[in-house]
Unconditional design. Sequence first.
Length: 583
Amino acid sequence: MCGIIGIVSGEPVADRLVDGLRRLEYRGYDSAGIATIHDGVMDRRRAPGKLANLARELVLSPLAGSIGIAHTRWATHGAPTRDNAHPHATENVCLVHNGIIENFKTLRAEVLAAGPPDAAVAATLKRLHGAFSFAILFRNHPGVIYGARRGSPLVVGRGDGEMFLGSDALGLAPFTNRIAYLEEGDWVRLTTDSVAMFDANDQPVQRAFITSSASAAVIEKGNHRHYMEKEIHEQPIVVAQTLGAYLDPLAETVALPGLPFDLANVKRVQIVACGTALLAGHVASYWLEQLARVPVSIENASEYRYRDPVYEDGGLCLFISQSGETADTLAALRHALAGGQMVAAVVNVATSTMARETQLLLPTHAGPEVGVASTKAFTCQLAVLAAFAIALAKAKGRVDAAEEARLVHLLTEVPAAMNNALKCEDAIAALAPTLAKARDILYIGRGPDYPMALEGALKLKEISYIHAEGYAAGELKHGPIALIDEHVPVIVIAPSGPRFEKTVSNMQEVMARGGQVVLLSDAEGVATHGQGTMTAVTLPAVDPFISPLVTAIPVQLLAYHVALAKGTDVDQPRNLAKSVTVE
């Protein structure tokens, strides 16, 4: 969440600062601003809302200057107004800030003492409690930008006669591909031709510059109306790419990247994540327990440390994060490492903090995901987790070569099945205007379809703002059935398989009480139990093992088209951020 760009150059920087912010829009924001220094004058422009508002401010009142910082803010303390937008400034100091300063009330009334900016930065950082990253300008030192990180990511870019700061490599990609990642507690001083880095103890350090693979090309929507729609339709391709990194389709085997520990020694698994990533882990818990026969617990990263988790020998902690920077998940990962656990991480950004700090990196290959509501990152996480479940089961001696080959063959069928699932879009689009009128919607499913019901409800809440809840179908009779009437649609996820008849029984209980049902099933399920529903959406028939990957498509399309019908901001829903870097 939030985004930082800083440039120190010999050329005007305002337009490039705004271009950098555009590439960080996917992180989520509700106000934006930039500041520059020119001829001894430090000036800034800020605006609430979208970047277009800031761009209009700059047309009306341009900013000169060859050094500047810029920011997109996601409100935490204070409403998203012009006054609360970054950069914040005094007469002599200007800064942008990601994260939360927990002791801000104590510091609010204090003013930095006069002195060298290096000393001021070092002294100030020691006073701050919380997770943050900064970019700072000093009016009396107009050729220097300072940056610092603790908890929230920050990267340095090296150009020809200019230097850059950014929240991630994607934001700096149009300007340079030479990137260095600041480590926890680092701070940095940049001029047009020098980089000086310091660790948390203010000792000079060197952080290696690498060649970033982040594309400088603007991520386009193509023929799609929204990034979310584009990313839903990209899933057959990116899931195939992800599976290609883990499967040998000819040998029909799974091959994980270099293992730093022996999977045969794993006695239990704790899956730790937030939001959609947590639900991917919930699906994986069924695979891991059924295939590898190891106990699995699902842990909310935001609560993980506070309940003082019990660590045992043979424990594997598996962390899942699209960005690899999710603050709660990163803190939990560090807690598990300190507790002596084996640690693995499933992330979509191979240069992220979690990717660098984990023992076993399991990268997804979804590519940049711009829509705030995760779609292709989620299914790529499922693809990696499915392959990992097979590998763990093989290492534990729970599946033989024949069963491994069968499961791998099923995974190779997923991209084609997802392509077929996209054919249900017209039916879902036709249904959406009716569902858009609802105030409350319920989702139900059994087994791995239960976390898919949770994911469907989460997607709908995120982008349509309709209150939605997911339930295990068998739990309906234990309370939620009291909510059922003709005004509460119920989405039933029930592909044919071992759980189908019991889920259909729960669906009949809903229909008997006047509930309006939308059935998501395959042709066989629709033929036998589609009668009397509001709509029955036909999906391709697949093995139960890969069903969650295919079910994700209609679940996402339903949320997308209901949001379209309601006229909400699909790609950047209110109050949400893509990369949650505060706890």
